[in-house]
Design a protein around this ligand. Sequence first.
Ligand code: GLN
Length: 303
Amino acid sequence: MDYQKILEDIYKEILPYAKEGKQADYIPALAKVNPDQFGMCLKTVTGEVYSYKQADIRFSIQSISKVFALAMCLSIRGEGLWKSVGKEPSGTAFNSLVQLEIEKGIPRNPFINAGAIVLADILLTELKDPETDFLTFVRSISGCDTIDYNMEVACSEREKGYLNAAIANMLKYHGTISNDIEDVLMFYFKMCSVEMNCEELAAAFLAFTNYTPFEYAGYRLSKSRIKRLNAVMQTCGFYDEAGEFSYLVGLPGKSGVGGGIIAIYPHRYSVAVWSPRLNSKGNSVMGMKALELLTTYTEESIF
Ligand code: GLN
């Protein structure tokens, strides 16, 4: 398969959408990002790498970080994790409060903000130095030691993080989180602020692609847990657009409001795409289109 040529063809095809949508501006530091950027990288389990355009420029991974946090929490708590957070698609926006109130403080899944705030609380409870450990895990799984938090982005999000603060307060009221609200929020925002490029993300997600048990920085996932993590990505990775992503792309994946999307074709490749302009659901316009064309041109998807 000539993936390099396919990436080039995809880019030509999606150019008409280059000005559609806008970058996340509810996080003031992200509003400063040049929205007219695009990068894509596909890495196969056999070691081939196909990069296109700005695949080496780092961006805020935002909610893609929730996959790393989930991998760590699954490694620590195993199936017991699901007492604190569900694994059903929410059908609501990533920052919605509606279900959380009705369902008495148990978030629908780990990929909506409420669920990831619970993951942040679990890591704070279980680890002596969660901020260092999270970074060590991400650096280890992606094989890159220079990956770091962006404190400007984290603080900027904290300053305007009214909805996430409301979510954390509701979780605390129901006893779902046990640490100090401020500590939980700041750790959650720091995880979201991690910066990586498409090449580093594609490398990291190979761990979930080749279905071999792994251990990075002491966190271990069995083959069965990798399967389950991919299942949660498939059903919940795109919030109220999870059905649409499944329909159009047909791969497990996860998006972030920094404009990044990661997807996995099990046993074959992981692919990362980045373009900051988002649709109304908070998912990258060009990114969604690019992945839709990738599985269409290659005729490779899980369905
Ligand atoms: N940090 C972002 C928030 O909490 C993450 C959301 C996202 O990437 N979908 O709003």
